[in-house]
Design a protein around this ligand. Structure first.
Ligand SMILES: O=P(O)(O)OC[C@H]1O[C@](O)(COP(=O)(O)O)[C@@H](O)[C@@H]1O
Ligand SMILES: [Mg+2]
Ligand SMILES: [Mg+2]
Length: 336
């Protein structure tokens, strides 16, 4: 494919769609682009002793922090703090939100929430992982310290969201509410090139992604839907194919391109689900809806309308092709 446009050029071009744009949001994308290149370089060395394995600390979620969790967190935090447009950050790897109080940043208009390294359990086994980000306008007055309220905004208030996937190639996929666009990193040129403009879910798909190892712990509605996916019916292309990587970004990315549904339900193992609302589910739900898909956290529970109550809260999450998620919701309604 001919290289047509770089990420930087595309962002400037799109900025013209927003007459009041000041370039601050574009500056956040420059930070993310830079940090993504650095983390790409580190991940490509995963397997070498100095960046493999755990650091020996637990994060607030009680999970063993991997070295790359910490490296990615530091790189994204530093890049986002360096441009004076972000006044605060919340991260999976930080117990509490961080206030950027240098003279420029404290007048920054935006707060950013990140999952610096998604799919940590796959780092050491050479399976694709990602970074997830979400951007909001601050609610607190300019110049004042950020508060938790700046971060506990419902997902439909996001001004931008996206992910970086570090797989067979590294890609950055984002939306500012004007479609979903993907850029593939060319390490030899050191640039992200437009490769997937206006990404859209197929309305129907034939892939379902769920950790079936937890099947016995699932509620009936989910069990019945999984059975439905596995039943023989040529008219509806069933049985569907089961694909589960165990990295949310990678499972989401595949299903976005091919059509499919991803499920991480609540269960007796994870009573409120496992995935974090603020820096995993909301950004992916924002992208999904921008790509014509659907994202719910239960019956009549649009993920983007959930009112957050805690920085690291977990919620059930079902996302994917419109007709598949709507079908699942009918099962949840019927069997719950
Ligand atoms: O191993 P499980 O229980 O199926 O969970 C896999 C899920 O957990 C996660 O790894 C959680 O994310 P982190 O790696 O960022 O903590 C998701 O990427 C993935 O979808
Ligand atoms: Mg994650
Ligand atoms: Mg993570």
């Amino acid at each position: 494919m001919e290289i047509t446009k770089t990420l930087g050029e595309f962002i400037i071009e799109k900025q013209a769609d927003y007459p009041d744009a000041t370039g601050e949001l574009s500056s956040i994308f420059s930070s993310i682009r830079l940090a993504a290149k650095i983390v790409h370089r580190e991940i490509n060395k995963a397997g070498l002793a100095d960046i493999t394995g755990a650091v020996g600390n637990e994060n607030i979620q009680g999970e063993q922090q991997q070295k790359l969790d910490v490296i990615a967190n530091d790189k994204f935090k530093a890049a986002l703090a360096a441009r004076g447009v972000v006044c605060g950050l919340a991260s999976e790897e930080e117990d509490c939100y961080v206030h950027f109080d240098d003279d420029r940043s404290k007048f920054g208009k935006y707060v950013v929430l990140i999952d610096p390294l998604d799919g940590s359990s796959n780092i050491d086994v050479n399976v694709s992982v990602g970074t997830i980000f979400s951007v909001y306008r601050r609610l607190s007055p300019m110049g004042e310290p950020v508060t938790e309220a700046d971060f506990l905004q419902p997902g439909d208030q996001q001004v931008a969201a996206g992910y970086v996937i570090y797989g067979s190639s590294t890609m950055l996929v984002y939306s500012t509410g004007n479609g979903v666009h993907g850029f593939t990193y060319d390490p030899s040129l050191g640039i992200f090139c437009l490769s997937h403009e206006n990404m859209c879910y197929p309305e129907n798909g034939t892939i379902y992604s769920v950790n079936e190892g937890n099947y016995v712990h699932f509620h009936d509605g989910v069990k019945q839907y999984i059975k439905y996916c596995q039943m023989e019916d040529a008219k509806t292309n069933r049985p569907y194919t089961s694909r589960y990587i165990g990295s949310l970004v990678s499972d989401f990315h595949r299903n976005l391109i091919k059509g499919g549904i991803f499920l991480y339900p609540a269960s007796s193992l994870h009573p409120t689900g496992k995935l974090r609302l603020l820096y995993e589910c909301n950004p992916m739900a924002f992208l999904a809806e921008q790509a014509g898909g659907v994202a719910i956290s239960g019956v009549e529970s649009r993920t983007l309308e959930l009112e957050p109550s805690e920085l690291h809260q977990r919620v059930p999450f079902f996302v994917g092709s419109k007709n598949m998620v709507n079908k699942l919701e009918r099962f949840l309604r019927e069997f719950t």
